[in-house]
Structure formats: C-alpha cells, structure tokens
Design a protein around this ligand. Sequence first.
Ligand code: ATP
Ligand code: MG
Length: 584
Amino acid sequence: MSGTITKTEKQGVAPNLIDYPKTCAEFDWSQARTQLQGLPDGGLNIAYEAVDSHLSQAIADKLALRWISKKDQIQDFTYRDLAEQTSRFASALKTLEIKPGAKVYSLAGRLPSLYIGALGTLKAGCVFTPLFSAFGPEPIRSRMEIGEANVLLTTKALYRKKLASWWRELPNMQAVLLIDAEAEECEPGCYSLDSLMAEGDPHFPCEETQAEQMALLHFTSGTTGKPKGVVHVHQAVMVHKQSAFYALDLHPDDIYWCTADPGWVTGTSYGIIAPLCLGVTMIVDEAEFDAERWYRILQDQQVSVWYTAPTAIRMLMKAGPDIRRQYDLSALHFIASVGEPLNPEAVVWGEEVLGMPFHDNWWQTETGGIMIANLASQDVKPGSMGRPLPGIQAAIVTQNDGSREEITEPMQIGELALKPGWPSMFRAYLHQPEKYQKSFSNGWYLSGDLAMQDTDGYFWFVGRADDLIKSSGHLIGPFEVESALMEHEAVAEAGVIGKPDPIAGEIVKAFVALKPGVEADESLRKQLLGFARKRLGAAVAPKEIVFRTNLPKTRSGKIMRRLLKARELGLPEGDISTLESDER
Ligand code: ATP
Ligand code: MG
C-alpha cells in the first residue's frame, strides 16, 4: 500500500483547521448555526440559505449555476435568477393548492428545472424527494407510495413511458408538473411547468419553516436490500455548508462540479445545497460519463473543485493517461470522491495523472452530509476514508449484538459508529420506527459498515457488515482484496464475495472486469491469482476469479456484492430496483 501523501504544497488550506484535534473536540454546532442567515422570524429554510440570503450581498448577480446540455448549449443562472425562478416555482405550488409539508418528487435528468424545482419546493415549505430518472415504473411507484407523494416533477417522455397509466391510482397525488410540455398538451392533473412559472410570483417569500421541520426525503441506494426512506430536516443545511468547506475545500471563488446523479443524496446535499450556500459557481452537465467530455468540461469551465465517485475515477483510469494529457487542468486544485471505498491505487493515480490526490470521504444517506474525510488541510492516506469532521464524533464499536462498546485499540475491525447530535442526522426511516430504533445502541448510531481506526485517528473501510468474509478463521474485508487486484495493470474493476466452502467456511471469490483490449484467458486468470496471493498472502487472496464485462452496480455507482453472492448461492436476487450495469 502506498504511503501518506503529505500536504506541504497544498493550496487553499482551510485556515481554521490547522489545529484540527482541538477544533474538532471543541466544535459547537450552535456556533455553526450563527453562520447561517436564518429567516427573518428566526426560522430556518434550506432554500433561503442557498439562494435568497445572497440577494442582499455582492454575489447576487454572480453566476450561480451553469448548465451544459448534452449538445453543449449553455444556460446560465445568477443567484438573482435562481431566486426569481425558485420563487415562481414555489408560488406555482401554492396556486395548485399544494400545502407546506406536501411531498414533491422529481424524476428527471440534470435539467435546470430540476434544480429550480428542488429549491422552489423547499421555499414553499414542501418536502423534496428525488428519484433516479432511469428507474422503471415499479421502483418509481413503490417509492411514491412509501412517501405518499403529492406532486411529481418530470418530463413528457418519462411521464408517458413510466407513469401515465397508473399515477392516478395513488391516493395522495395532486399534480404532475411537466417540464417540457405546453399547456394544451396536458391531460387533466398534468400541468405545463413553463405556463405555471410564467404566471408565478418572482418574489414569493420563503415559507417560514423551522429548523426541525422535514425538508428532504431520500431513498438509500439499495445496495444491501430494499431501499429505505430517510427523513432530513431543514437544519441539515448546517452540515452541508460546513462540511463542503472542510472536506471539499470549497470557497466562494471556486468553480465547482459535482458529478453525482440528482436522484442520489449526494446530488442534493453537494450537487445543489452546499455549493449554493457557500456562494460558489457550480457546473451542471446534463450528459453521462464520457472521459473526453469530462476532461473538456474540467478544462473549459476552469473547474477548481471536483467531487466525483470511485466508479467514474476507475473509468478515467481505464481510459488511460494519454487522453488527460490533451487537456489543460491548471484551474483544478481539489478533487474528492464518495460513495464507495476508493482504492489506494486510484488516489495515487490522481496524484500522478491529475497532479493531486483524490480525497476520499465517507457518509451515508442517513448522515445527510460528509462525516469522515481526508480533510483539505491534512495529509491524505491513500485507502483511508480520513478523519471525522469538526463536530463529528466517530468510533469503532464491537460487532456483537447487545450493548456496543467502543474499541480503542488501533486497527481492530468493528462497526463504524457515530455519536448522535449532528444537525443533518436522519430523523426517521419513514414508516419504519423499529428499523430506526435498531440503528442505535448504547448512545451510538450504528452505520452498518465495518472499519478500523489507526493511531493517527484515520478510519479505514473494511466492508459492509453483510459483506465481511470469514475464511479459515480470518476476517476478510472485500475492499482490501479488490484494491490489491486493482493494482494489476489488466484490471479495471473488481468485486469480491465469500463463497461457502465445507472446509474454510468461506473462500474468497473475485469477479473482475478487465481494461479495454485485454484478453480474458486462463493464463491471465492464473497470473492474477498469483499476483493477489503475493500481495495478500494465501489466507486472504482469492481462490477463484471470474471475468466479467462489468460488475452489477447501483445507479449511484456502488458494486452490488450481495447480488453476486445471491447468484453464487442460487438464492433470490432480492430488491434490484436500483441495479444498473450488469453484463457478464
Ligand atoms: P442501502 O442502505 O440501501 O443498502 P447504501 O448504503 O449503498 O444503500 P447510501 O446511503 O447511498 O446507500 O450509501 C452509503 C454507503 O456507501 C455507506 O454506508 C458505505 O457502505 C458506502 N460508502 C460511502 N462512501 C464511502 C467511502 N468513502 N468509503 C467506503 N464506503 C463508502
Ligand atoms: Mg446504507
């Protein structure tokens, strides 16, 4: 494994993090609250912090959002434009008699109306729930039923293909807002968003919501099973804003690009709320991943802070370093990753090919914002998730059921736990109070992830609790094995599971996708088995390797190891509503 990457020449170090351990322990969330504007009556609303609070300041006419269409057309919105548009959207909801607290769902790609709709919904005091636009009718319907959706914002094509035949059966639905429809085209219950917006009030005052009022309902990625509806409140905005500063090194003069799909929690917390709260210019690209396109955007838009995910980074690595050399990335100064463990190989690749390491950070739909990160001001340890953010107390606790105890000995595997109390902590799993209760023990929130902590306080991801492999008395985290395989030049991605074995209990089995042009043959398989054995030792190395075109992943880019395992065991596949790539 590669050594620590020290931050001697790091630019843009957040100054108040220099004496981190002290700052961290003494951090006071009520102090963070004073850094928010707050509503005139003392209430709090995310949309007000993100947009309207900037109107009295010098940045009112600054570029807030630049949208790049699939065909490279550009649409720009200043903070003032966003304030007016979101007001129009909020007033349109009011015209349709949608009351504060109602659930407004979105089902759309990265279109400007989606961003305006998200913030306009919050401004109207309603709850915003994004869905992946690639979902089929069934996952859309089940999520709308669980959340008792009142409104859906979508496009004509998605509506016709996925919703038209059944949405009226949902008892709470009041309206469908069609982003690209004319009023004349709309069936009863459907509305042309353009027409509504044209008649809307550009100065609609933000609804007076309170800090503890529900603002967001997010569905988890469904990596380990059926997705859960996670409830967040308006004061989560404190963490969004604070964490983007500490973990993404985001400052007002940055040009920021978050590549997360808007259907996923990252797409809202860091793809909409955090950057706007910090007054930066953010880039939104409508198109999907394409190595050349992405490099071109980084260059042409002079992106300075970039937040992406391991699956995209691995695809850039797969595309090779030659493409990168054709682009001038001199504006770029901070790159970060989330969603899955980031292999040390990928962190170092960032350093070598992009000129700076990727900063991995860890959080969940439940935590609402980044909790643990390779912080902007501190050394990066490739393969580690980093250290807890100021105000966040994290620990490794024992795995056994019953009361969980903190493990203080370094590098011992246990469950990653957080001390409740940070503002963006989830307030419920919707309609699942028992499940919610079960995620707490002995004063800790239990993440369901296994990790270790080193003597410097850095956390190391081991695997999901369900994915841990027990082989001949050894506990093996899939991430370690996958990272070792990734070090081989032929490997593009790897997913590892435990396969039942009469002698060892389980053996390690790896599924491997190769880089373009590499032939999957017996000699390569043998070579990889030997390579892994040399790195990991015989006890931990895979005993079996299967080649695949790609790995089954969730729409948020996470490898679905449980699916590989279910198939291996001949068990039912379970909830695969979020499954995306899956070519054998
Ligand atoms: P579900 O809860 O439905 O199974 P999910 O846990 O994948 O889905 P998310 O909330 O989107 O849904 O993802 C959070 C999880 O992603 C974390 O619990 C962790 O397992 C993984 N994760 C996120 N960031 C990292 C990271 N930097 N390193 C390792 N794992 C990460
Ligand atoms: Mg989860």
